[in-house]
Write a protein that binds this ligand. Sequence first.
Ligand code: F6P
Length: 339
Amino acid sequence: MKIGILTAGGDCPGINAAIRGVGKTAISEYGMKVYGIASGFRGLIENLYTELDEVQLSGILTLGGTILGTSRDKPFKGDPTVENKIPKLIRKNYNELGLDALVVIGGNGSMKTAHKLTEEGLNVIGIPKTIDNDVWGTDVSFGFDSAVWIATEAIDRLHSTANSHKRIMVIELMGHRTGWLTLYSGVAGGGDVILIPEIEYDMEYVARYLEKRARNKKPYSIVVVAEGINKPKGMSAASFVSQAIRDKTGLETRETILGYVQRGGTPTPFDRILSTRFGAKAVELMVEGKFGMMVSKDGEHIVPVPLSEVGGKVKLVPPDHSLIRKTRKMGISFGDKKI
Ligand code: F6P
């Protein structure tokens, strides 16, 4: 068999581990030919590819980013006159390259495109990748654990400077339109207030909560906010929240937007293992002829989920998530009136 691999959407730690998992399984177990397609779906459209062999696949397990490059190109979105030419071009390139299957490593947008390519007749397997952990149909995507680790380490460092200056520290984390990364990092980092898009917050209540902490001789507070929370257009979440705290409490407040460091560097051991398992499973599904599927984590198992069920959905944090229920009882505030 000849297979292609592409990586699309935002990069994250673990992508190269997934490429390695697919490539090494395909080559050493099944003697397949493996092609890396450059820059996400753009590489399929522009026919940008290179053969991957054991040499290219060695030494990349721990490497951040993606050796293939990525883009946010969406072949099925855009000018309708061009639109229906793109799928035909992709199918032409796929057939001329002689591919028997294509592995798409990406987030929920990429899984939607992967499903559409399946409908175009390509044999596609999806692997869920994103620091946001917002891909529906899997317990977790790789990249998430690494981003939680990076964000938690940053929050740990904010405690010491907040304590030295007796300040309120506001830190904004990524996560696109969901709060998974902020919830897990906020709890792991000992945040006092955690604001996520899935729970409507009230800055009046946040202010009263922080004043109460100050009255109770708490020397500082840590406020962890998701980039996707409700806020004025053109303002970052961190700026909006920290300004509102200053205005409503007079407490000395500073803000940090952690940004792209959450997407960089080497994957955690958990993500290396998850990426490897996802990659190996993707090849098994190909050999079994099970296409149009995304590999997913379901408890301790790696199982296939139909792309038709995944594409275009966003996995939101349930407001009654056990982590939220338990930390509310510890006195953590989620910015709403429920305590
Ligand atoms: O999807 C990953 C992510 O980092 C989101 O958390 C963030 O909102 C977005 O990508 C940033 O997009 P870009 O890399 O195009 O700036």
